[in-house]
Design a protein. Structure first.
Length: 343
């Protein structure tokens, strides 16, 4: 843990989170293994590498390591040169374990690759540890996930549950956050996980700027479904796009399902079903996510009192804002503002 960061307990769950107050450099060490997916390695370096303070200073130092330094075969027709060995893990504030082509075990006939125990023993207590896709099997083999929630690519969830019954496997979410241990689903969910960690460390403004630079959605809640039935509307089938655009323009007012459905000329029942097929969550869940994100931005960027922020974000009352914000973010609005205001 960097001296600039402190551990705070999340009141709603009893777990811990890292809040970095003075934006000191934070070292992210990425562990790669034979068969690594280059796109996953690129995601970590691209997103954390773009994070900047208000003064333009880099917020993360990203280092790649392997169990044996040198050439590492990817799952493509080229190798990558890795200069650092497992000793780099000892200096990490965050360790991210990527997936590899043979992580699927009996499903593909390949072995479940895991680092030797002495490599993971180098990681300091309090270090944040995360996995992308089937990198979760490495964390599972090390016993890090016992008694915790975890996810992975939906194709491999059954195997994770079967091999490691002590893990609470959630196969239908984008990522899980247990404070000091995080896991994500497939490649695209790795983007969401990295942005989530940046947001948790340095606030919504920094994470949104990274998302803009990468041209990706700035925020998808971890509980959103991995698999969306209809991500692109079929020809001749109505979409809920008009309702979503209208809701964004009127987020500060109460919005009913009937109003939203009317925007796309649907019954409430049809609209609710179509919305979940297209977005992966219910309209109410989606609205709550947007409102929490609006509240984050206002807490960071304005001096408005909490009750005014509650109104602008569409929660109506300060009590409602506090309840939803605590559930979604894990800290109160006042603690969030004290941490990130003026960053």
């Amino acid at each position: 843990m960097t001296p600039a960061c402190e551990i705070v307990e999340l009141a709603t769950s009893g777990r811990e989170a890292i809040l970095c107050k003075d934006r000191a450099m934070h070292r992210v060490v990425v562990l790669v293994r034979a068969g690594v997916l280059p796109i996953e390695l690129g995601i970590v370096h691209r997103l954390f590498g773009q994070a900047r303070s208000g003064e333009g200073k880099s917020l993360y130092d990203v280092v790649t390591c392997a169990l044996v330094p040198g050439e590492v075969q990817t799952d493509a027709d080229f190798t990558i040169a890795v200069a650092h060995g497992p000793q780099a893990l000892a200096d990490a504030d965050t360790v991210i374990v990527l997936s590899a082509a043979d992580d699927y075990g009996p499903q593909t006939g390949g072995p479940l690759q895991g680092p030797p125990a002495d490599a993971f023993a180098l990681i300091r207590p309090g270090t944040r540890i995360a996995s992308i896709c089937t990198g979760v099997f490495v964390l599972a083999a090390a016993g890090i996930l016992d008694g915790r929630r975890a996810t992975t690519h939906w194709r491999s969830a059954w195997q994770l549950r079967e091999l490691y019954p002590a893990i609470d496997v959630e196969e239908n979410v984008l990522y899980t956050d247990s404070g000091d241990v995080l896991t994500s689903a497939g490649v695209a969910a790795g983007l969401d996980l990295c942005l989530h960690m940046i947001r948790r460390d340095h606030g919504a403004a920094v994470a949104n700027e990274v998302a803009r630079g990468t041209v990706v959605a700035p925020h998808r809640e971890g509980g959103q479904a991995q698999f969306i039935s209809r991500p692109v509307p079929e020809p001749g089938v109505s979409s809920t796009a008009n309702a979503r655009a209208w809701a964004l323009r009127h987020l500060d007012r109460p919005l009913s399902l009937r109003e939203l459905a009317a925007c796309d000329s649907m019954s409430v029942r049809t609209f609710t079903r179509r919305f979940r097929e297209e977005i992966g969550v219910s309209p109410v869940q989606w609205l709550t996510q947007l409102r929490v994100e609006r509240a984050r931005q206002l807490l960071e960027e304005s001096d408005l009192p909490v009750d005014r922020i509650a109104t602008h974000a569409g929660f109506g009352t300060a009590a409602s804002l506090r309840q939803h914000f605590q559930t979604a973010v894990g800290v109160s609005p006042s603690m969030y503002r004290a941490t990130f205001r003026g960053a």
